[in-house]
Design a binder for this molecule. Structure first.
Ligand SMILES: NC(=O)C1=CN([C@@H]2O[C@H](COP(=O)(O)OP(=O)(O)OC[C@H]3O[C@@H](n4cnc5c(N)ncnc54)[C@H](O)[C@@H]3O)[C@@H](O)[C@H]2O)C=CC1
Ligand SMILES: O=C(O)[C@@H]1CCC=N1
Length: 272
């Protein structure tokens, strides 16, 4: 296939991050489109990135080779049934980013089309996303490659062998920026209460997070537990802070939180 044209149906947070990341990585805006019911979102994307925009999903469908389904799970069935009943879905690759919507749901609503399920995360917007990918068995190697290359524009890509792996990626990556934001917000709030301005407290926490992640990536041979120990030297200040976290059993809390995200993905699947 020549350079495929990609259109996003649903132009909210996730689609906006993917589009922003693709443009930042140098993808030609002439090959990217977006469709949404919400005109201000489309105007913003068009003015920021110069992409084609569509207010109706059938025009969007007709415009592209690759359709990224980026609406909330609760409205996915209605969208897919409209595309199938009123449009021509043949010859297109469908990439769904929705949590809790399986390939078999999508095939029931769209018919027998090639599908790649993708679970990206919001740091895609700055080219630092992580996306899990799973393809329906009938998706050929060329189409898998197109999905992979599309998501590689915005960060790392990991294929999962079983579809349930997508729910595990949700817990470990799709939802995970929120865990880090929550933790950073807690640090920022207490730093402010110690007297730092909001701006300084935010800079302190975001620079520390960026520095810590960059350091961890620069040294894959050192475990994260060891990196923690390198700061929390015996008898020092950090060891006292880490002792408090361990008293609250942070590992168990994180495990329970990730399990809750996985269970919610399964509930969404079972509701349909
Ligand atoms: N926000 C995140 O961090 C992540 C979200 N996702 C998935 O991405 C999908 C979208 O999530 P968000 O972007 O957060 O939601 P969002 O609410 O920001 O965006 C959804 C957009 O879809 C539009 N929409 C609804 N029905 C439509 C239709 N029939 N035709 C065209 N547009 C329509 C809405 O107007 C809205 O702008 C969800 O399925 C979610 O599971 C996946 C990974 C991460
Ligand atoms: O919370 C959600 O349902 C979506 C999926 C992963 C991140 N956001």
């Amino acid at each position: 296939m020549a350079t495929p044209r990609i259109v996003f149906i649903g132009a909210g947070h996730m689609a906006g991050s993917l589009i922003g990341g693709m443009i930042k990585q140098g993808m030609d805006s002439a090959f990217i489109g977006a469709c949404d019911h919400n005109p201000p979102k489309l105007e913003q994307l068009q003015s920021h990135y110069g992409i084609q925009v569509y207010s109706d999903s059938l025009s969007a469908l007709n415009s592209a080779d690759v359709i990224v389904l980026a609406v909330k799970p609760q409205v996915m069935q209605a969208l897919c049934e409209t595309l199938k009943q009123d449009g021509d879905v043949s010859g297109k690759l469908f990439i769904s980013v929705a949590a809790g919507i399986t390939c078999s749901h999508l095939k029931k609503w769209l018919g027998d089309v090639p599908i790649v399920r993708c679970m990206p995360n919001l740091p895609a917007k700055v080219g630092l996303g992580v996306s899990g990918l799973y393809a329906s068995v009938d998706t050929n190697a060329e189409l898998r490659k197109i999905a992979e290359q599309t998501l590689e524009c915005v960060g790392a890509v990991i294929w999962v062998e079983k579809e349930e792996g997508i729910n595990h990626i949700i817990a470990a990556a799709g939802s995970a920026p929120a865990y880090f934001f929550l933790f950073m917000d807690a640090i920022q709030q207490y730093a402010q209460s110690l007297g730092f301005s909001e701006k300084d407290a935010r800079n302190i926490v975001t620079q520390t997070a960026l520095g810590s992640a960059t350091l961890a990536m620069s040294d894959p041979g050192t475990t994260l537990a060891q990196m923690c120990q390198n700061v929390a030297v015996k008898g020092g200040t950090t060891a006292e802070a880490v002792r408090v976290f361990n008293q609250a059993d942070i590992h168990t809390t994180v495990k329970k939180a990730m399990q809750a995200a996985i269970e919610r993905s399964q509930q969404l699947e079972d509701q349909l």
